[in-house]
Write a new protein. Sequence first.
Length: 230
Amino acid sequence: MHKKIGILGGMSPESTVEYYQYITRAYTERFGDYGYPEVIIYSVSFQPYVDWPNQDRWDLVAQGLSEAAQKLEAAGADFIVIATNTMHLVFDQVQVNVAIPMLSLLDAVGDAILARGMETVGLLGTKFTMEKSFYQDALSRKGITVLVPDEQEREFVNGVIYDELVAGQIRAESRAGYVAIIEKLAERGAEGVILGCTEIPLLVNEEDAGMPLFDTTVIHAEAALNYALA
């Protein structure tokens, strides 16, 4: 029997949908049937996870996600993925509050970068993902250097995520802005760029950017599917 996948989602609903669709569709494409693993989704109310980080109340984020993870465990999940980049800042605090394993998005992304033979990458995401050190710290342990945009560019990237992408709005002018920022990261030495928010792949792809992009949604969802099948 396949392991039951627990998706801790709702941050935002757009990315949660992408995880579920990838896992189920990738299985069918790979095996030609519909025997994909069972998936249990716990979707939190997103507003507190917008408010608490803005108030620097990461203790409340950790507490809320721990309670949600415990509900997934009680519902029968064999392991859990947090379907968002930013909330991996409290990954370790959540893991200690459940007995079942959690699959880290950061580890999966780091392995994907190393598999491409890269040592320096850019990072786009929420301002917390770009400005807090958890991403850089995790990837530096794998020998990977992470570059982030300048302050004005970070504000633009963050604004597009929260004002547009989490609501499913895709705008051509925002895509052009992201591409310009990616080009600047490449000029600084980035060999590829991490799309470090699970909504960003809805806006920009490798054809737009003209360089390798690491879609964290696909990478993490693929890791979840493989773990469930192992």
